[in-house]
Design a binder for this molecule. Structure first.
Ligand code: HEM
Length: 209
């Protein structure tokens, strides 16, 4: 096994640790007074952390030149989707006992569920089109445009968190601040790139007239 494959396997195993710890806590009856809420919250927390980690990869490459990180983006993104899908499944199965009417009422009437659902809905096409074959079928331009949905998912995800906390909003504020910094770095690099592309043509302007 070459080094890259080995590191990928290590990263994969690390991504499984939160799920393993949750199973361990459930097995040992260590989920507190409200185990269902604990499961939903734990999976939501990890889904959001992996989502932000995924969004941090491009800025880390841009700022520190860590181009090797790109190869972990898909894996981390898919782990985020997996944790959030388990979070959604726990809500549907454990919290609502598959009462589809009540779930639909929640989606329509509770803004935090509306935002959560919107965030998951934005991630779904990204997960479906995450394979090389799908990227090839869509073409690079369309694939890249579609994958910008990750920003919408991140924003809807943190709004979902902010809306659901009742008193202490410090935790969601920390996630919101991280998301703003990550998006701001991308915007700054995108503007810089555009400016650099424009500059040579501007310098030609005087001689052209
Ligand atoms: C990108 C999508 C989502 C993200 C990032 C996310 C993240 C989170 C986070 C961080 C929490 C709070 C955990 C804590 O208090 O420590 C949470 C709670 C929760 N989420 Fe989500 N979530 C998402 C989608 C959804 C969806 C689709 C649903 C259901 C339709 C949902 C239902 C809930 C519920 C019921 C809670 C617990 C609320 C409570 O305990 O009062 N989430 N979510």
């Amino acid at each position: 096994m070459n080094l890259r494959k080995l590191i990928k396997s290590v990263v994969f195993t690390i991504c499984l640790v939160p799920a393993a710890l949750l199973i361990w806590r459930a097995y040992n009856d260590d989920l507190g007074a409200n185990p269902i809420e604990a499961v939903i919250r734990n999976l939501g927390d990890w889904g959001l952390r992996f989502l932000l980690l995924d969004l941090a990869i491009t800025p880390a490459r841009q700022l520190f030149g860590l181009s090797q990180l790109a190869s972990y983006r898909r894996m981390i993104g898919l782990f985020s989707f997996a944790y959030i899908s388990l979070h959604l499944s726990a809500y549907i199965g454990l919290d609502q006992f598959f009462a589809w009417d009540a779930i639909w009422r929640d989606i329509v009437k509770r803004p935090y569920i509306t935002f959560g659902m919107a965030a998951w809905g934005a991630l779904l096409p990204l997960a479906i089109t995450s394979t090389n074959a799908m990227a090839k079928r869509l073409g690079a331009k369309r694939w890249r445009a579609l994958h910008r949905l990750i920003y919408a998912a991140g924003i809807a995800g943190v709004v979902h968190y902010l809306l659901l906390v009742k008193a202490d909003i410090r935790d969601p504020i920390v996630y919101i601040a991280i998301l703003i910094v990550l998006l701001a770095i991308r915007v700054i690099f995108a503007l810089r790139l555009r400016w650099r592309r424009l500059r040579p043509s501007r310098s030609l302007e005087p001689s052209q007239t």
